[in-house]
Design a protein around this ligand. Structure first.
Ligand code: NAP
Length: 513
């Protein structure tokens, strides 16, 4: 594989980021070391300890980042608690800041794409898609804000409130701790901090330590765009060290977490009475019914399984193929998979880059091997080199194999052959996850019946699940989480309702007295 021969160090020192990002980095031995934004200042960690950020492309060090200490965490939270100017800033000025941030990102689009390719191993088209979605999300803030305007409630619809009316307004919850995963290192941070700040909250964000750099660049763009000091802070460091202190800090009012189910469950135990929004793991099933358009189903299921090497919570994780069409679907799937070229993600002809690190490839391989030991058939792939896992197709996967139930988070298309629609629905229902699923059929009645029966937060009909900028709300039930993310819906999660009741009879009473 040619990726072994790439001299990354030389290429990374050439990486152009733009002058506005200079204050975010120190350069030592040709490698940039990022700083953290705490109380309006770009600073090193208290103990000046750093950790290496490696590219999944060849494992070389591309950046270094600060290792936040407990004291750094505390300072960031206290700053967020004390600097509440964002709350008093007129909403229209908040929106201007987001518009200006969108312009900054637009000007540095190519730099951001390059950073995502390097720190996440994203292919050019995946990286471009993520940067565009982030800019689009910033541009949608006016629409997002409109959904938080509150309600006017005349009281004469109920006997006890005839002489009253109420305004139901939304107020910020206070300090939001935003903790994000590695798979969308830029967009996921944006989808949390934009609505949080727009609603008047202050924020402490902790991005994944696998790839924190694009998040730092986004925070710098917001800082440059004029966000008041202290209302947005970014900490870098290892999850287990930073996370527990952040989650339990008495001045953190809400935790908005996206990541794996075990970490989400740990956070929910530690957070006790704090407001929680948890976007956790998923296991999207694709039900392909007898009357489906099989070309469409094969193309969309493969795309849904392999996009960003399957490292997506909404990835198509197992295909439940009705027995009568399974042979022909399987042939079409293999043809589709054969078009996915794997390699260095910076090559535009490559559709499938590396996983986040070699240990992710090993974990996926354990699931694939266990399925094969239990009688599954390997139609393609099944081999890996460091972080690169071949696009893999498993057919005739038994329903008791681990891969039929666990989140895969890798480029594996898993076909489970199922007798009929009812059996497929019953199988999907036993899943511990409830994030997304999809169904392929031409029959409207079946679309509706299956969509109503599946126990999950979102069902897509005749396509694979996909979140895009978050225009439609998404989120999970069961072990997939709590709450909904999306334009306006995220604001609902990050605000408290306050009801202000006006006694309209008071003036009349006064006159009578
Ligand atoms: P992860 O290992 O759970 O990490 C997520 C974040 O939590 C990272 O910033 C991590 O920091 C931090 N963390 C680790 N231990 C912590 C602790 N004890 N307390 C607080 N924070 C802690 O997840 P990941 O591997 O990055 O991401 C993949 C997972 O995210 C998958 O399960 C995927 O399904 C899920 N996901 C869900 C959605 C959704 O919308 N439902 C979207 C995207 C991803 P470090 O990086 O430093 O460990």
């Amino acid at each position: 594989m040619s990726v072994n021969e790439v001299d990354m160090t030389e290429q990374v020192s050439d990486l152009e980021l733009g002058a506005i990002f200079d204050k975010v980095f120190d350069v030592k031995e040709g490698i940039r070391t990022s700083k953290m934004l705490i109380a309006g200042k770009w600073v090193s960690s208290e103990k000046r300890e750093t950790f290496d950020v490696r590219t999944p492309i060849d494992g070389s060090i591309i950046f270094r980042a600060q290792m936040a200490t407990p004291n750094d965490v505390s300072q960031a939270v206290v700053a967020a608690h004390e600097f509440r100017k964002i709350r008093d800033l007129p909403a229209i000025e908040r929106i201007e800041i987001f518009d200006c941030t969108a312009d900054i990102l637009e000007q540095h689009k190519d730099n951001l794409v390059n950073v995502l390719e390097l720190e996440a191993g994203k292919t050019i088209r995946d990286a471009e898609g993520e940067v565009s979605a982030t800019i689009q999300r910033l541009k949608l803030t006016m629409e997002e804000a409109r959904k938080s305007l509150g309600d006017y409630m005349p009281g004469d619809w109920s006997i006890g409130t005839v002489d009253r009316m109420a305004l139901v307004i939304r107020e910020p919850v206070g300090v939001v701790a935003a903790i994000t995963p590695f798979n969308y290192p830029l967009l996921m941070v944006a989808t949390k901090i934009i609505p949080a700040l727009l609603a008047g909250n202050s924020v402490v964000v902790k991005p994944s330590s696998s790839n924190p750099i694009s998040a730092i660049l986004l925070v710098r763009a917001l800082d440059k765009a004029g966000l008041p000091e202290g209302c947005l802070n970014i900490l870098t460091g290892k999850g287990e060290a930073v996370g527990d202190i952040l989650v339990t800090h008495p001045k953190v009012d809400m935790i908005n977490f996206t990541g794996s189910t075990p970490i989400g469950q740990r956070i929910s135990k530690m957070a006790v009475m704090k407001r929680l929004h948890l976007e956790l793991g998923g296991k999207a099933y694709a039900l392909v019914l007898e009357d489906a358009d099989l070309d469409l189903a094969a193309e969309r299921c493969v795309f849904g399984s392999l996009k960003f090497a399957g490292q997506r919570c909404d990835a198509v994780s197992s295909i439940l193929a009705m027995e009568s069409i399974a042979d022909s679907l399987s042939v079409k799937i293999v043809k589709e998979v054969d078009q996915w070229k794997m390699g260095d993600p910076r090559d535009r002809s490559v559709w499938l880059g590396p996983l986040i690190n070699p240990s992710a490839a090993q974990k996926i391989n354990e699931l694939v091997m266990e399925a094969l030991e239990n009688g599954a058939q390997l139609l393609r792939g099944g081999k890996f080199y460091e972080a690169y896992y071949e696009p893999t197709v498993l057919d005739n996967v038994p329903t008791y194999a681990r891969i039929a139930h666990e989140e895969v988070f890798g480029p594996v298309v898993t076909i489970i052959r199922i007798k009929d629609e009812n059996e497929a629905l019953n199988f999907a229902k036993i899943s511990r996850y409830g994030l997304e699923s999809c169904v392929f059929t031409r029959d409207f009645y079946r679309m509706w019946r299956v969509a109503k029966s599946l126990e999950c937060g979102e069902v897509t009909i005749n396509d694979c699940p996909s979140h895009g900028v978050g225009y439609f709300p998404f989120g999970g039930i069961k072990d997939s989480g709590l709450g909904r993310e999306g334009i306006g819906y995220s604001i609902d999660e990050m605000t408290n309702l306050k009801t202000i009741v006006f006694n309209l009879a008071a003036e009349t009473l006064g006159k009578r007295r």
